[in-house]
Design a protein around this ligand. Sequence first.
Ligand code: F6R
Length: 626
Amino acid sequence: MCGIVGYVGARSVVDVVIDGLRRLEYRGYDSAGVALVYAPETGEPYLEFDKKAGKLANLEAVLDGQDRSLEAACGIGHTRWATHGVPSDRNAHPHLSADGRISLIHNGIIENFGQLRVELEASGIEFLSDTDTEVAAHLLGREYAVDGDLTEAMTRVCARLEGAFTLLAVAADDPDTVVGARRNSPLVVGLGDGEYFLASDVAAFIAYTTEAIELGQDQIVTINRENGITVRGFDGQPSEGKPFSVDWDIAAAEKGGFETFMAKEIHEQPQAVADTLRGRIDETGQIVLDEVRMSDQDFRDIDKVFIVACGTSYHAGLVTKYAIEHWTRIPCEVELASEFRYRDPVLDRSTLVVVISQSGETMDTLMALRHAKDQKARVLAISNTVGSTIPRESDAVLYTRAGIEVAVASTKAFLTQLAACYLVGLHLAQVRGIKYADEVSAILDELVAAPGKIAKVIENLEPIRQMARDLAAAEDGAARVLFIGRHVGYPVALEGALKLKELAYLHAEGFAAGELKHGPISLIEDGTPVVAIVPSPRGRSLLHDKIISNIQEVKARGAKVIAICEEGDAITASHADFTVETPASPTLLAPLLTTVPLQEFAIELAMALGRDIDQPRNLAKSVTVE
Ligand code: F6R
């Protein structure tokens, strides 16, 4: 939520900052702004800022018209997902201190801003925006006036703030310094050759360096052209971050010939799943987690699993429940992270909480994780982002290797989460001795075959694209789309509906197919499209028969049925209006295949309706507020 960039170095500061914002724009795109500090050879240094409501392109248009004969010495930039105050020029960041000497940007929510605003207004300060951020700018201006030391001033300001925040600030008379601070909100440092970057995530600077430093909770970082990087705690004590190297390359952050990032990311799924599986089995056939601060005995002691996540990651959790309970016979519950701690779930040392988060920064999930740890539960994270908060605070971690996912709607992250979750389920089964080695290796063989099958699904997407285009063209044809499934097909139905809602802005709902007759079937009218996720007719024939009955029920009421089914499934073909076939797969692993046509259906329908595919309205990629 909100993208933040800061830079000190010899490159064109405005170019680096804007380039970083472009790569972070998926985090929020309600407005954008920059503050640049200039150090002319003669005369005093000075600060300039520009900010504009709407996408980054609006800001770029303003900057393009400006004289660039003098390069800035340092700068900060912000792309916003609005929390306090509507998206507008005046609410866009940066915000200035009352004396105009300090410029500040913020990601997060300052919870005690109301009380601080009253205090500042009482001292005569006039506010120019409706944001919570502006209090921090004024406080920083007031503290900076005391001793002219931006780091000291930031330390004193952080002591007064409550909530979640990443702050970056520059001062008009200190052109070589950017100061950042973080609490419950992401901030990483990029380490170049004589140049330093601060950003919400590494995507902002991987074009320039792959060396980074991960900051801890409640830390302040100063990047200075002469002195490099210094880190201290909010208590003012010297501290340090944890260095790491980024293995994403810059090509991952480009569209690579595709019209949208989402299309590219759909096509990257076979590779992303293969990468996530690669090297995860050691020579003795044991599954290897990345970071484990739990013993095998801890895993053996587990008597209950909770999976906690949001949105698409939650859907990955729903699929995993079926696999974990089947493979390990441990009860497994799946919870929306935003509800978890308020429900006061029963947790103890023998509970394993699996948190799934692509970004590793989702605030709802982070708060659920902390609640679980407070209750002494063990926490295992599945995340795509090395150096992010959720893996860092967990007892064990398995990273997905999807690479950067830029499109706001998650695709390859979902498939890699599934792959990682299957590995966790098998790991639990192995450690607890529930499955024999040959049983585990048979499932692993199927998993390893999945990328090839996903590639086959991708090669055969044109029929579903055509259906999406036809629906978009038909008058009222896609006003409402229902998705139905059973067993692991049910979470796939939820995911298909979520993709369509977020991309096409249509009414789409996912249902457990058996639930239709308990109410939702009244939504069906003549011509209502119903997408049915049909399980394999082999092995689980009972499930297959049941969903065929559900297809008949909706068809009897006028629905137009699009069935996603296994290749050669003649029974489904004889009942559905259209079929999209996927290669044969064990039922539990089928979501790796059946989700893909639904992603393509959503993107194609949304494109036909002229929607913004990579940046759907009202959304942001990384949701760092509760
Ligand atoms: C939907 C989507 C979101 C995320 C959710 C959790 O396409 O991307 O629903 O899945 O916001 O995000 P992470 O996984 O980063 O915690």
